[in-house]
Ligand binder design. Structure first.
Ligand code: ADP
Length: 460
């Protein structure tokens, strides 16, 4: 409704401006025409009334000349005229030649203005209120020259009723054509804009619908993953426990190949367990259920514990994992269990992607007001184009080396979420073939050491 009102008022404004311009143009055309015809009239007057200068000086006119004055009063569309002296004093009025009208002898300001400018001056007037005037007429003040000599100032009255009507019709036609063109010029683009707008609105609605559908399907997928992971976890824990007990040899003495088989089964159960844990965390992330409980945590101690523990992770590959950082304590405001999880993921990746017999260096240092944990390996490295991508869900670099290792491509995505939930940062610098250095920066916990904060180590 509001839009219709503003469109209507816009068009009303457009029409008003057009009418105003047209009126001004009509007046201008009539003024020019009246001035031109009055100048012709003046030439005729000088030729037809040789004593016009006497008349302008106020000398009494000869009654024999009255016929000539009569001719002048009907020449070139003039129906009335006045003669002023060259200095602007009224001397003669054509429709009252004999009598001395009350205004005779008075100065006329327009006549004086013509005297100063030397140019004709025209006014268009409405005569409908006056009994002896046409509906529209013009009054033109102009200088009358005899050769180079200014002999008088004249004022001519011309009927402009038909002229104005004709000019108005002309301008109305031109105006209507112009308005039509403007309207078309406005309507065509606004029409296409309107169509585009409608299309955009429809596409938007479709997109929103698709988004809602995608969100719903995403949610049910996450819920499904959570449920399956939960269901897998319990039997997997008991399988792992049973295998571990068998492997310990408490129940039966195992020969070499059976023991190897058991070790392999146990290792795969461990990998499966880690995968299920990742899937569970992923489900929690998707539903916003991953809880962070931060407290003053000695990150240096926590990382050293993880390094000690990881030694037993993959004994076959004989990768040496060495802590090279500050001994600590170095406190950050962090959830120890979650940060331990992140460190474990970085360590297991470093071991996984290191060559047999390789080295992994781990450090914790204070750096620019943050605690930086760094895990550095000398393995296959990561191409620059993949260094951001690996922090996205389910991303694994599609190289033959990567494919040799287990994993679902979730560990780094989960780590990123955890670190960012601590207002921290996770990143990597790496060169293919030369290794990678993963780091996490956690905000330093001011005054935690002085306050005697309890050192919380690896609650995982
Ligand atoms: P995954 O469980 O598959 O290892 P991550 O999210 O932990 O999942 O890692 C994603 C991918 O990033 C890995 O599959 C691997 O391609 C790459 N990546 C991670 N750490 C390293 C590393 N230290 N060296 C080389 N590539 C790595």
């Amino acid at each position: 409704m509001l839009r219709v009102a503003s469109v209507l008022s816009f068009f009303a404004g457009l029409v008003a401006v057009t009418i105003w311009i047209a009126t001004a143009l009509v007046e201008h055309a009539v003024e020019r025409d009246a001035s031109r015809r009055s100048l012709e009239w003046a030439e005729f007057a000088v030729w037809h009334v040789p004593r016009i200068d006497d008349l302008a000086q106020g000398l009494p006119s000869d009654p024999a000349e009255l016929a000539a004055f009569e001719d002048l009063a009907h020449f070139g569309g003039v129906f009335r005229f006045k003669i002023f002296s060259p200095d602007g004093v009224l001397r003669f009025v054509s429709d009252d030649p004999g009598s001395v009208g009350s205004s005779l002898g008075t100065h006329n300001e327009h006549a004086v203005a013509v005297l100063t400018s030397g140019e004709a001056m025209t006014f268009v007037k409405d005569g409908r209120e006056k009994p002896d005037r046409p509906d529209l007429y013009s009054e033109t003040y102009l200088p009358v020259y005899d050769g180079d000599r200014l002999v008088a100032i004249a004022e001519t009255y011309m009927d402009q009723t038909t002229k104005v009507a004709a000019v108005r019709t002309e301008y109305a036609i031109v105006g209507a054509a112009l308005a039509g063109m403007i309207l078309l010029a406005l309507l065509i683009p606004s029409g296409s804009l309107w169509v585009m707008f409608r299309r955009l609105r429809r596409t938007n609605a479709e997109l929103e619908e698709a988004q809602v559908r995608a969100q719903a399907s995403d949610k049910s997928k996450s819920e499904f993953i959570s449920t399956v992971s939960h269901e897998l976890r319990t039997p997997l824990t008991s399988i792992k426990g049973a295998l571990a007990m068998l492997e310990s040899g408490k129940f039966a003495e195992l020969d070499g190949s059976a023991k190897r088989l058991l070790e392999m089964a146990l290792k795969n159960a461990e990998v499966l367990h880690l995968l299920v844990d990742d899937l569970l965390d992923f489900g929690k992330l998707a539903t916003g259920g991953l809880e962070i409980r931060p407290c003053a945590t000695d990150i240096a101690g926590l990382v050293q514990d993880e390094v000690d523990r990881i030694d037993s992770y993959d004994a076959d590959r004989q990768v040496e994992c060495r802590y090279t950082g500050e001994r600590g304590p170095l406190f950050a405001h962090a959830d120890p269990a979650r940060i331990a999880q992140v460190v474990r993921n970085l360590l297991s990746n470093a071991l996984k992607f290191s060559p047999v017999g390789g080295k992994v260096f781990v450090s914790v240092r204070e750096r620019c007001g943050a605690i930086r944990v760094e895990v550095k390996d000398f393995g296959c490295g990561i191409p620059p184009c993949d260094q951001e991508r690996i922090f996205e869900k389910f991303t694994q670099i599609d190289s033959s080396n990567t494919r040799q290792h287990s994993g679902a491509g979730l560990g780094l995505a989960i780590s990123k979420e955890i670190v960012e939930a601590h207002d921290g940062r996770i990143g990597v610098t790496s060169a293919p073939g030369r290794g990678s250095a993963f780091y996490i920066d956690l905000p330093f916990c001011e005054g935690a050491a002085e306050a005697g904060a309890v050192e919380l180590r690896n609650v995982a």
